[in-house]
Design a protein around this ligand. Sequence first.
Ligand code: ATP
Ligand code: MG
Length: 385
Amino acid sequence: MYVSHLSLHDFRSYPSVEVPLDAGVTAFVGRNGQGKTNLVEAIDYLSRLQSHRVATDAPLVRAGAEQAVVRAAVVRDGRTATLEVEINAGRANKARINKSPLPRTRDLVGLVRTVVFSPEDLTLVKGDPSDRRRFLDDLMILRAPRLAGVRSDYDRVLKQRNSLLKTAGLARGSAREGALATLSVWDDHLATIGAEILAQRLSLVEALRPYVGKAYETVARGASRDDAEITYKPVVEPVVEPVETTPSVETLRQAILDELARRQKDELDRGISLVGPHRDDLLLHISAGTERLPVKGYASHGESWSFALALRLAAYDLLRADGDDPILILDDVFAELDSQRRVQLAELVADAEQVLVTAAVPEDVPAALAGARYHVKAGEVTRDE
Ligand SMILES: Nc1ncnc2c1ncn2[C@@H]1O[C@H](COP(=O)(O)OP(=O)(O)OP(=O)(O)O)[C@@H](O)[C@H]1O
Ligand SMILES: [Mg+2]
């Protein structure tokens, strides 16, 4: 798929801009702060209804404006659809397809599929487990958009359950009895929805693993495909026999319930949910000689970067294997890479259906990514002839 036209209204720094686009490579070049990332961020937002730069929507609306509109014509298998999202400051967002409103905004998620490489990706490797969980969840939702609903249900259950844990932890006597009875209902919700998320993440990591090894081999100098490894680390490890079988959703649900029962006192004391996929991590390891080392705390800067790139490339390859090329966004990444990695990455992505690159100077765009060039200056986006 590719975006053939992008319109922004009051999105970030743009009062209004129209950008016609082609399939293949397009580079946006311009000095710092001119609005290059804002353009690609808008396309990524349309895909996930989330920005790769900020957790909330407020910064996406131009300062002083009430709402931002992102509209894109998206071509898939020769057919064009116009997707639109209206981002409202302090009110619910709205989505439209070919001008018809969607009943739920989140039904837009996954209709455009993007994979973004950005300098922020280093947090995938160096950041908290929540950064890696988000990476997995975003990918799983792009592959199966209905999971956006499952994830938001889980977040809601977690919030409710946490506030109940706080109340129950402080209550005494019959009030406590009542709160505990209600808690068991929320335990059930958490286990049921949590098990589904857990099962999805486990199978996603299985699917992703070979691609990560392959991608790491390509981007890390002298590495082989066994040198990078990902492992899902759940807080609840179900016992399954034989060990190599994939646990069923029901097994996972039961395992979460058992662990909830076992940790109930801790949870009440601390007033937070300690059991469930919101506490899990994705472990990253590299080989150094015969040793297997965690990336965080051990890997060099270059190795960390290679691993982060490998995760993104693997996500791209996996989505591609599902049958439709996602739109690849390379936001300011080439400046971060040495010349050999630049060339390797450029060659890997050069045949993607659509690649959008941002760079401060033209020299940062590798020769292998020749294509359309736009100059971005003070909110004006002009095509170089
Ligand atoms: N909500 C907003 N309202 C108005 N201006 C904004 C808003 N959010 C960001 N900006 C402005 O947009 C500009 C940043 O744009 P962007 O991040 O696209 O720059 P860039 O061209 O990618 O720069 P760099 O090369 O440094 O990455 C900044 O000047 C910032 O002040
Ligand atoms: Mg930028």
